[in-house]
Ligand binder design. Structure first.
Ligand code: SAM
Length: 269
């Protein structure tokens, strides 16, 4: 245990494990682990950034560790990236104990880091972003992220997207025994966006298949040409671990059970 305590918003632990290295745990849920966080963060960030019409201004909701910020800033055409996380203690602990995650991103002149509630930020901010990335904790009833999952907020997020923009979010597990929350998010978002593409990949430290959603009125991210993805990836600073055109094709190719579940009527937020 490197750190354990309670912030104003959540229980926070930073632990070190033999297999996955250091890990951030909030309210008992693993947020990311040193050994495989690049799988999660590349998967969250790059499909949306590859597909958007304009990468110059990017907004991250949550994203405490700074790794979502790091991934967005790997593209030189991202001129500004704003990250809004409610928990200043989590951000500071990540800088102190998990500097490998942000890898200097917090000091990048293009980064604007705001400690505050993403809900309040969305109410007050008047900018439009080419991509909005939601790297929030799971919207469980007692989580500070819960108020960000409803029709009103999804409409507000959409109104903050520039033409051709993409909203990408981490969207719970897509595992066969536990995909109800993912499907609920997808169903609700389909009321707001023309295209809502589900995708997932195994994240070893989560010990499950982790799912994401890429939402847009302009582009079906699932159908992005792998050659376009490769061209996009070719202009990222530094080597990637996970995402390229071939991976894009794989993660957006869903198994039958998930396609069926996503097509069913059911709960919405
Ligand atoms: N990878 C993650 C997972 O699997 O759940 C999410 C990573 S990130 C650490 C989640 C961040 O969302 C936390 O730092 C938390 O403080 C932030 N957060 C939760 N509710 C928020 C809100 N209402 N506004 C802004 N940030 C919020």
């Amino acid at each position: 245990m490197l750190y354990s305590g309670r912030s104003e918003f959540q229980q926070v632990a930073v632990i070190e494990t033999p297999v996955f290295g250091k890990m951030l745990v909030l309210d008992g849920d693993t947020q990311s682990a040193q050994r495989d966080e690049r799988i999660y963060h590349e998967a969250l960030v790059h499909p949306a950034l590859a597909a958007t019409a304009d990468r110059s201004d990017v907004l991250i909701l949550g994203g405490g560790e700074g790794a979502t910020l790091r991934e967005a800033l790997r593209r030189d055409d991202v001129r500004r990236c704003t990250m809004v996380d409610i928990d200043g203690l989590v951000v500071e602990l990540c800088k102190q104990y998990l500097p490998e995650w942000s890898a200097g991103a917090f000091d990048d002149s293009r980064a604007r880091v705001i400690v505050g509630d993403a809900l309040a930020f969305l109410r007050e901010d008047r900018n439009a972003y080419g991509a909005i990335l939601s790297d929030l904790t799971e919207p469980l009833a007692d989580s500070p992220s819960h108020p960000l999952f409803n029709d009103g907020v999804f409409a507000s997020i959409k109104s903050h997207l520039a033409p051709g923009g993409v909203y990408g979010l981490q969207a719970s597990t897509g595992s066969v025994h536990n995909a109800a929350l993912h499907c609920k998010m997808a169903r609700t978002l389909r009321r707001h966006f023309r295209f809502v593409a589900s995708y997932f990949t195994h994240v070893p430290a989560f010990d499950t298949d982790w799912a994401f959603l890429a939402c847009s009125d302009a582009v079906d991210v699932a159908r992005l040409d792998p050659l376009v993805v490769d061209a996009y990836c070719g202009q990222l600073r530094g080597p990637s671990l996970f995402y390229d055109g071939e991976t894009h094709r794989r993660i957006f190719s869903l198994p039958l059970y998930l396609r069926r579940m996503l097509a069913e009527e059911g709960d919405v937020f």
